[in-house]
Design a protein around this ligand. Structure first.
Ligand code: NZQ
Ligand code: ZN
Length: 381
């Protein structure tokens, strides 16, 4: 077990009808003017918007609304928000939506006091301060509600890059799992696959030294499969939604990575390269395609560990059968599992590999060069 510090400063408020508490929370922080950031409108259909605005209005807190955050949030939209905040003396951002809305809020929060937001993402400028962020999560997937990372896309340059620093932790996050009843099935699936992938990014760099963490990570993965299967038949099963939500938060709030100094993350970096060039590809879909190929490519690097994964998570005796079980499960949920399913062909692969390497070489179990990335992409065809 490597040395670690476990401190997560985000307060999480979880359960039915918790959203209405946000007005009191903001009032107690002396906040009287906020920017509400939201996506394409789902929050107006499932009651989240009304619950949120009523709570703030009853505490006389002014709300500036900015809609239109897209899945894979855009630098230009974040810059628009920064402008609104600077002109109106806004004191905090409330992100109401999924990982895309929360990530954009985090980027905005450090961009307000910066020369150039994109320069921070390019590591040419360091963030000086951040506006406080509050989140109301409507889709459990990324863990962004309780971590300090945010992925932003510069569409002009076709770069989808992550950035993170302690300033970017949300102050308070609200999760009412019943507000996820309205999710289209494919978004629930994307969330499940993203959470399982976050656990695997940490899990596969572990070994006997992290036995406790390995064991609860296996349990979290099995549980996520179980509750997603329940939701496929009963989308309004509260306990399944609640378990799903808590697993997704734990998958990327530090808990699943205890005792290793950072996970592998090559699969994530490869997925970001794919959705930088093909923005219609959802994050969870890209992971469903790349992770089985990554496991296939890396399985001989520590065969006993990968065999234990196949047995303990998928109840299979070989890694090959474990990979097939994972692919079959993702397919049964309706997810693509091959690049050909999303119309990406052999001749497109080199541009994806080049895009990924513009940021850095991905991977911890093995630091990947272009040939490694091409091999994985070919296995995913
Ligand atoms: O825009 P609206 O209308 O709200 O619709 C959204 C969106 O179309 C819809 N949705 C959300 N909650 C809903 C709902 N529809 C009905 N009912 C609800 N309750 O779902 C769609 C997807 O939302 P999005 O926020 O894009 O999904 P997700 O949470 O999966 O976020 C994906 C983004 O997060 C990044 C991804 O790369 C991607 O850009 N990631 C962020 C991470 C982090 N900050 O830690 C880590 C992840 O690995 C990931 O890279
Ligand atoms: Zn992810």
């Amino acid at each position: 077990m490597e040395n670690f510090v476990y401190a997560n400063p985000t307060k999480l408020v979880f359960g039915k009808n918790v959203i209405s508490q946000i007005g009191d929370e903001l009032k107690s922080a002396n906040i009287s003017k906020v920017l509400m950031l939201a996506g394409g409108g789902s929050i107006k259909k499932n009651g989240v918007y009304d619950e949120f605005t009523n709570s703030l209005k009853s505490r006389s807190i002014d709300i500036f609304e900015l809609w239109g955050v897209r899945p894979n949030p855009a630098l230009e939209h974040a810059e628009e928000a920064i402008d609104i905040i600077r002109k109106n003396g806004i004191q905090a951002i409330v992100a109401v939506g999924g990982g895309s809305v929360i990530d954009e809020a985090k980027a905005i929060s450090i961009g307000v006091d910066a020369e150039s937001l994109w320069a921070i993402y390019e590591r040419r400028e360091a963030p000086k301060s951040a506006l406080p962020i509050y989140t109301i999560l409507t889709i459990s997937a990324t863990g962004s509600e309780m971590n300090s990372g945010a992925v932003l896309t510069n569409y002009k340059e076709q770069k989808k890059w992550p950035y993170g620093c302690p300033l970017m932790y949300p102050k308070v996050s609200y999760i009412d799992p019943s507000k996820q009843y309205s999710l289209p099935w494919n978004q629930t699936v994307n969330g499940a696959i993203d959470a399982i992938s976050h656990i695997m990014e940490n899990y596969f760099v572990m070994g006997a030294a992290q036995e406790t963490v390995v064991s609860y990570n296996e349990s979290l993965m099995r549980s996520m499969v179980k509750h997603t299967n329940v939701l496929q038949k009963e989308p309004e099963n509260y306990d399944a939604r609640a378990n799903f939500a808590w697993i997704a938060t734990m998958a990327l709030n530090g808990y699943s990575g205890i005792g290793v100094n950072g996970g592998d993350w090559a699969t994530h970096m490869i997925e970001h390269g794919i959705s930088a060039l093909y923005p219609h590809v959802a994050h969870g879909e890209g992971l469903a395609i790349i992770f089985p190929a990554w496991i296939d490519y890396m399985k001989d690097s520590k065969p006993e560990f990968f065999t234990a994964w196949a047995k303990n998570v998928w109840n299979k005796d070989s890694v090959a059968d474990g990979i097939e079980a994972m692919r079959a499960q993702y397919k049964a949920w309706g997810s693509p599992t091959r690049l050909s399913d999303i119309n990406i062909k052999k001749e497109n692969l080199e541009a994806i590999a080049d895009n990924i390497l513009e940021l850095s070489r991905p991977g911890k179990l093995k630091s990947f060069d272009k040939a490694d990335i091409m091999n994985i992409l070919n296995l995913a065809l």
